[in-house]
Design a protein around this ligand. Structure first.
Ligand code: SAM
Length: 235
């Protein structure tokens, strides 16, 4: 078995993603019932970067969340601490700048990005508030933060159906399509243990970000949080 526990020990989390890397993207598409593509488009729109700007895509994994920026002529840096995920990404997209780095101790200068974004990564970081502070440090004053993460469905009947899907349907589907089904049990458990929309918004504000807001997607299965670094407008 190779899955992280809910303690999210960095070595276990990195090893688990190294393990799922070869089939990560295809399994993602299957388990999200094709929704990830739509969620990703909305994240890119929320970042609102233009060609010539530099965007940090943190916990970028295989770079699927970074690709739309590169395709639009934006200078995207895909940072992750799983060398297995980075290797798959670099093979597929040699044109993207993949950088090995820990979200809680980023290997970048202060104020060096026009925007920072993290998709389906913050929940896996051992100290998420430290990652929020690090993203604040490396983003230019006035620059944006955009977080996409699984969240809490807002309508009770939808929440019940989704919890059933996560806990009952997802593990057997994962056993059929994934190389490491245990990693997808971790996925279900970590989603359930993650703070809801308002709690995450409070964490973002406590970390020093301004104008924190969020919008729900697919009835709150995913929430997109946005914020701005205090200071001059960069985007
Ligand atoms: C579910 S994947 C998301 C990948 C990509 N952003 C996407 O949307 O497909 C989560 C990623 O978070 C990375 N991760 C978890 N903790 C991290 C940390 N402390 N520093 C850097 N990356 C981390 C994992 O290695 C993994 O690649």
């Amino acid at each position: 078995m190779n899955r992280a526990s809910l303690d999210k020990r960095p070595d276990e989390v990195a090893a688990m993603f190294d393990d799922v890397a070869p089939k990560y993207d295809v399994v993602n598409d299957v388990l999200s019932l094709g929704q990830t593509r739509r969620w990703r488009r909305i994240v890119v729109d929320a970042v609102g970067a233009v060609p010539g700007q530099r965007v940090l895509d943190l916990a970028a994994g295989t770079g699927t969340s970074s690709e739309p920026y590169a395709d639009a002529g934006i200078n995207v840096v895909a940072c992750d601490f799983s060398l297995g995920m980075l290797k798959v990404g670099k093979r597929r997209r040699p044109d993207i700048d993949f950088v090995a780095g820990d979200a809680t101790n980023l290997p970048f200068d202060d104020n060096s990005f026009d925007a920072s974004t993290i998709s389906f990564g913050l929940r896996n970081v051992n100290e998420p508030k430290k990652a929020l502070a690090e993203m604040l440090r490396v983003t230019k004053p006035g620059g944006r933060l955009v977080i996409a993460e699984f969240s809490a469905p807002t309508v009770p009947v939808w929440r019940t159906m989704y919890t059933e899907y996560l806990m009952r349907a997802l593990p057997p589907i994962a056993r059929k399509v994934a190389s490491n089904p245990d990693a997808y049990v971790y996925l279900a458990e970590s989603i359930r243990a993650w703070p809801n929309q308002d709690e995450l918004a409070a964490w973002v504000a406590e970390s020093g970000w301004d104008n924190v807001a969020y919008r729900n997607l697919t009835g709150g299965i995913v929430a997109i949080h946005r914020a701005v670094k205090p200071g001059r407008t960069a985007i």
